[in-house]
Design a binder for this molecule. Structure first.
Ligand code: SAH
Length: 347
């Protein structure tokens, strides 16, 4: 059976190329075509003979997700990409451009099985299927090609797994994709430029982070089990004590810490009492906080916290020596909240 070439690791691909009888240097040329020149069609790889091109296209599929639509946010300059996968399913990524870096937020599933009540992906799309590694790295290649052609950026420097889906429920593909993102023969990103975000599906989080040494973000959002289980059913299976135990097993480098994502919902999880619970809960782990104003949906009866409340919450955490950032909501005007764009399109 033909394999999607983007699903393979460098070593797997190298072995196959040798098996087909190609010289060693052909592998370097092939990687240049794909990862440097963004050519996703064997017949356009002009340094290869016709015969070689035919062999490659006989042996491999080349599935890069097809761009269906690109929307630019007028508010923050981010770009939302909607792709069609090989089976017609919709996948989304967001490109965020800052002066010092360009970050691509990738999806690892079509939909999500977790059903966090405030999130459009799980609550409205539900779970459709996992993406394979080739479809995950394919989002990077398709966006980088588009962004270069349109002179938006020179390269994508950072990856966050914060699009649709739960990485730790698609671990094989995510491991393969992260391995390829890190491989200097392929994407060559450094480990500090990759962040995997989880709603807290364990065990397995610590083993993964200790192996790949990439950054971890945890969508904690609530400071106690009662509240968290109400909004995030995953908490019933993997409650906060277990989650904190798992986080304690992560071996952090000197300058690393775990990012705690916290959506701010007015009157629900944003009081000083909640801030104190949070500090107590995380006293044994090295964390920094990213406070995220809730991106309003019709899914739950809630409003984003006011700027003053978010500021006071942040000041309290800072007074306890934590680093705190407040996220500008990326792409809110283009349905850039998790899953919202794909949802609108599929309706
Ligand atoms: N399943 C992983 C990866 C998805 S990341 C995880 O939960 O971390 C998507 C992020 O967007 C998560 O932090 C999620 O909680 C957050 N999110 C979902 N809906 C949101 C909304 N309406 N407003 C703000 N953040 C939201």
């Amino acid at each position: 059976m033909k394999k999607n070439i983007l699903d393979l690791t460098f070593n797997e691909l190298k072995e196959l190329m040798l098996e087909f009888g190609f010289e060693k240097f052909r592998m370097t040329q092939l990687c240049d075509w794909i990862f440097k020149k963004h050519v996703f069609d064997f017949s356009k790889m002009t340094s290869f003979s016709k015969n070689m091109q035919v062999i490659l296209s006989d042996k491999f599929n080349f599935f890069v997700p097809q761009i269906e639509e690109v929307v630019k946010s007028e508010k923050d300059g981010s770009y939302k990409f909607l792709f069609k996968a090989f089976d017609g399913r919709l996948i989304e990524s967001i490109l965020m451009i800052a002066p010092s870096r360009t970050t691509l937020c990738v999806s690892c599933m079509v939909g999500c099985p977790l059903k966090c009540s405030f999130c459009a992906t799980g609550s409205e799309i539900g779970f459709v299927r996992k993406l394979d590694a080739g479809e995950i790295v394919g989002q990077f290649l398709a966006v980088e090609k588009y962004a270069l052609e349109h002179k938006l950026i020179e390269r994508i420097s950072n990856i966050v797994f914060m699009g649709m889906g739960e990485p730790f429920l698609n671990l094989d593909a995510v491991k393969r994709a992260v391995g390829n993102f890190l491989d200097e023969n392929l994407f060559g990103l450094s480990r500090s430029k990759i962040t995997v975000s989880t709603a807290g599906v364990g065990p397995g989080i610590a083993a993964f982070i200790n192996k790949f040494e990439v950054n971890l973000a945890v969508s904690l959002h609530f400071p106690n089990d009662k509240l968290r289980s109400e909004y995030m059913p995953v908490n019933k299976a993997f409650p906060l004590t277990k989650l904190v135990d798992e986080l304690q097993k992560i071996e952090l480098g000197k300058r690393d810490c775990i990012t705690i994502e916290y959506i701010m919902l007015a009157g629900i999880n944003d009081t000083m009492e909640h801030a104190k619970q949070l500090v107590k809960l995380l006293s044994t782990v090295k964390v920094k906080f990213n406070l995220i104003p809730y991106n309003p949906t019709t899914l739950i009866d809630a409003q984003p916290s006011s700027a003053k409340v978010i500021n006071d919450f942040a000041l309290f955490l800072k007074s306890k020596s934590f680093t705190v950032t407040v996220r500008r909501s990326h792409g809110v005007d283009i349905e850039g909240g998790c899953g919202q764009f794909a949802l609108k399109k599929s309706k």
